[in-house]
Design a protein around this ligand. Structure first.
Ligand code: IPE
Ligand code: IPE
Ligand code: MG
Length: 256
């Protein structure tokens, strides 16, 4: 690992060596709330959308780091069910950036062994975005190195509502018995069915909240919040988070 990683790690106050923590101490599933694009741009006197564009570059770098470091699943919050409240031009740009990202990156991600997935109410996205997503998902469906899971028009509450509706439908159809519903069954109705819960949730730009992200799945997820804005987030910041995570004791309500 290059020495250039040192100063930033020290600034984060994490007494780390520049090497990656041992593999068994790395998160299997990493989730990121990529926040702060707007503030990054405004600080520079630029329109917010410039920050979103810069944020896409960061995503590229972080996906690469996850691939190199053997993270199995990376779930990134790209657009929430509440983000539709933003000005029309900003929403349009975000959707265009999604299409552009998929068009430009899908082949390269495929070559690197990345499987692209998506969670959220995808059918409410613009048709073009849905088409590109479908194409990218099909292209990369058999890849196993890293699952890049894009949370798009995602809301933890919407996900629970959708799961409840699906459960009720299956009960009415006689496919599921009420007395058989437990946490495992409900989990299998979520967008994230089949995936392990996130081990580590990183939020950039300092806000200490979930903003409707993975509410059910984060019950025992380790949190790591950094003031660094998403466009400024680098692999050295991710490394600092991984080191902090590696030192934690996860108890899941039990005792050591
Ligand atoms: C995160 O950055 C990206 C999306 C929510 C799509 P923001 O746009 O929320 O940036 P801030 O929080 O306003 O700085
Ligand atoms: C969360 O960030 C959503 C994404 C990063 C996509 P927001 O910027 O929308 O969250 P709030 O409004 O600060 O809670
Ligand atoms: Mg924000």
């Amino acid at each position: 690992m290059p020495e250039v990683f040192f100063p930033r790690l020290q600034k984060c106050g994490v007494p780390v060596k520049p090497e990656l923590p041992p593999r068994e101490l790395l998160p299997r599933h990493l989730a990121i709330i990529m926040d702060g694009n707007g503030r990054w741009a405004v600080k520079r006197g630029l329109p917010r959308v410039v920050g979103h564009r810069a944020g896409v570059e960061t995503l590229r770098e972080i996906v690469k780091a996850c691939l190199e470091w053997g993270i199995e699943i990376l779930t990134v919050y790209a657009f929430s069910t509440e983000n539709w409240k933003r000005p029309r031009e900003e929403v349009d740009t975000l959707m265009e950036l999604l299409v552009e990202y998929l068009q430009k990156e899908a082949d390269e991600l495929h070559r690197q062994g990345v499987k692209i997935g998506a969670i959220g109410r995808l059918y409410e996205l613009p048709e073009k975005a849905q088409r590109e997503l479908m194409r990218a998902k099909e292209l990369t469906a058999r890849n196993r190195k890293l699952l890049l899971n894009l949370a798009l028009n995602y809301g933890g509450r919407a996900e629970l509502v959708d799961a409840c509706c699906a459960v009720v439908r299956d009960v009415l159809r006689g496919k599921l018995r009420v007395e058989d519903i437990d946490e495992r069954v409900l989990n299998s109705y979520l967008y994230t069915a089949g995936l392990p819960d996130p081990d580590l949730l990183i939020r950039t730009a300092g806000e200490m909240r979930f903003s409707n992200f993975l509410l059910w799945q984060s019950a025992y997820t380790e949190l790591w919040v950094t003031p660094v804005l998403w466009p400024d987030f680098r692999r050295e910041d991710l490394l600092a988070a991984l080191h902090d995570y590696a030192r934690r004791e996860r108890r899941f309500g039990g005792i050591k």
